[in-house]
Design a protein around this ligand. Sequence first.
Ligand SMILES: *Cc1c(COP(=O)(O)O)cnc(C)c1O
Length: 369
Amino acid sequence: MDNTQITVTSPLLPELDELDAYLRDIWSRKWITNNGHYHQELEAALCDYLKVPYISLFTNGTLPLITALQALRITGEVITTPFSFVATTHSLWWNGIKPVFVDIDPSNCGINPDCIEAAITPRTTAIMPVHCYGKPCDTKRIQEIADKYGLKVIYDAAHAFGVEVDGRGILNEGDMSTLSFHATKVYNTIEGGALVMHDEKTKQRIDYLKNFGFAGETTVVAPGINGKMDEVRSAVGLINLRHVDAAIEARHKVAITYREGLRDIPGITYFEDMPGVRHNYSYFPIFVDAEQYGMTRDELYEKLKSRNIYGRRYFYPLISEFSTYRGLESATRENLPVAHRIAEQVICLPMHHELGAEDVERVIDAIRR
Ligand SMILES: *Cc1c(COP(=O)(O)O)cnc(C)c1O
């Protein structure tokens, strides 16, 4: 039996001769960072692809979160989800903001709008939801609550590259949205990220902030950071952008095969596509009900590993369980029952553009037996 390793993810990589042409051009220009030619070209190309008016590139996906909070002058408390990658909450902590965790909605693993109002206090200034696994949050209800209480909304859209709802780019929601272009994501620039905004003035301010606050040779308008994306990674981004639709289509095929193969296994559930949504198939989470399946999530996870199949328990443990955050009033298990249940049931199965039909069958087979 074939026992080669099946990895959870595999990066979208430019062809070397494609990259070579860009490198030669960058070398001849001798402009290798600081809002260079390809940086500008990639920003324009991404606006087009993502159907957004303004975007600012960053060197990773964490700095745009930190910078968005700075730009909107968010202070006090921010309502957020414990079911995410730690960077979401860390960005609040780095701004001296107190995270307030609320429970999630099992239908999309995003923040549950029904839980938000009870968590609002006079110190609340914003909501930071996550489009978890690229599944759109209930953006309409979140915005209604934000408007009612005068709160800002910053979406961590690190998983939601290219996701559209009824033909509209999901990144247009809220006050700003952030992206990560890390190697493990659907679309990558090796490391990288971006901030999406609605107007030119905000774009200008963000561009200053990601360059130490410089607004000219001798003018510093704010205490900025160094968040700039360089020319080489901008070129990687331009090349990968030409291949990302094919990668998403390949992931879609994997998702279809998983769904067919895993249907009717007692105790195994997964998401179907949502009507009107262009999904990016960034992850394929399954949820293991130990009683019905006859094995716990961790037992299945280990069994897959023993067959050289690598899944990931995204997101376990919850962010609220890490030592920095465990002491917060909102971090208790009683406050987050759904998040805890899902964190104990989830495995993200291998999902990437190079996964062959036989690999997918091997994963299905291991779960079936
Ligand atoms: C990947 C990720 C980030 C951080 O992005 P980096 O590019 O690794 O800094 C933030 N939030 C979520 C939800 C992520 O998955």
